[in-house]
Design a protein around this ligand. Structure first.
Ligand code: ZN
Length: 161
């Protein structure tokens, strides 16, 4: 089912999400809801917290379609960074250039309950870093410099009002 997306400045977006112990049928249903919600809103990634569920689950759009990452933890980041524009379904109408690691290694919980390490680069690495931030209550507007912040301050104020 397509769920409503929680928008900035809702305090839920600032909460830390909890790790999952196992992948239950209920979690699979939640993932289906997340995929439907992401696709309806034409997003490229979604964290469970954005539909109000404080669990460490994210989905990302990949070349192979939507992929799910449970308990994702970045264990390695390349020193090389890229600086590209991003948007966020929870803060519509704002696009910002954000500096992120070009390549990352992420540990995730696999279907069989064992941890696996995946490597990502390019757009997927960027989406993963953005969505993993959501699990820690971090938004992309926290990762900009003073001048970028000054440029969007009126837009954010409108949302906060
Ligand atoms: Zn976002």
């Amino acid at each position: 089912m397509n769920k409503g997306i929680i928008k900035y400045p809702n305090p839920i977006l600032r909460k830390k999400s909890e790790e999952l112990k196992e992948i239950t049928p209920g979690i699979k249903e939640l993932v289906f809801d997340m995929i439907e919600t992401m696709e309806k809103n034409e997003g490229v990634g979604l964290a469970a917290s954005q539909i109000g569920v404080l669990k460490r689950i994210i989905i990302c759009q990949t070349e192979k379609g939507p992929e799910t990452f449970i308990n994702p933890k970045i264990i390695k980041k390349s020193r090389e960074k890229t600086f590209e524009e991003e948007g966020c379904l929870s803060i519509p109408g704002i696009r910002l250039k954000i500096k992120r690691a070009k390549e990352i290694e992420v540990e995730v919980l696999g279907e069989d309950g064992k941890e696996v390490v995946i490597k990502a680069d390019g757009l997927l690495a960027r989406i993963l870093q953005h969505e993993i931030d959501h699990l820690d209550g971090i938004l992309f507007i926290d990762r900009i410099n003073f001048w970028q912040r000054w440029k969007i301050k009126n837009k954010l104020k409108e949302k906060e009002a």
